[in-house]
Design a protein around this ligand. Structure first.
Ligand code: 5GP
Ligand code: ZN
Length: 112
């Protein structure tokens, strides 16, 4: 999608601090970290949010979680939280599917 911030980041058109990359997935540190470790994992193909996941495009989501398991292991993160905000009320500010991975501090529940 031509005017999507995360499509541009995944394509390398906007600089980011890369954590992991392969053919279908890109992971990079959040510009405004909410924990000592805070990175985002996105599909390279544009999907607007979890609400747009279908049987046809869902394969990448399983891959994203395998990437999260691998990257957190490599970073030495044993405990962490995975979050995806869907829609304005939940706090989604970028309309390209992304999973926040947060760790390195105590977490509270329920989230705000
Ligand atoms: P959301 O608010 O949609 O759940 O998450 C979007 C996240 O993207 C936010 O945590 C925000 O800090 C991050 N973000 C927004 N713009 C950029 C950017 O240009 N670069 C990076 N690395 N992160 C960004
Ligand atoms: Zn996009």
């Amino acid at each position: 999608m031509s005017d999507c911030l995360f499509c541009k980041i995944a394509a390398g058109q906007i600089p980011s601090s890369k954590v992991y990359e392969d053919e279908t997935v890109y992971a990079f540190y959040d510009i405004d970290p909410q924990a000592p470790a805070h990175f985002l994992v996105i599909p390279k193909a544009h999907i607007a949010s979890v609400a747009e996941i279908t049987p046809e495009n869902a394969t990448v989501v399983a891959h994203i979680f395998a990437v999260i398991a691998k990257v957190t292991h490599n970073l030495g993160l044993e405990s962490y939280r995975v979050v995806s905000n869907i829609g304005e009320q939940a706090g989604q500010s970028v309309s390209h599917l992304h999973f926040h991975v947060l760790g390195g501090r105590d977490m509270t529940w329920p989230p705000g």
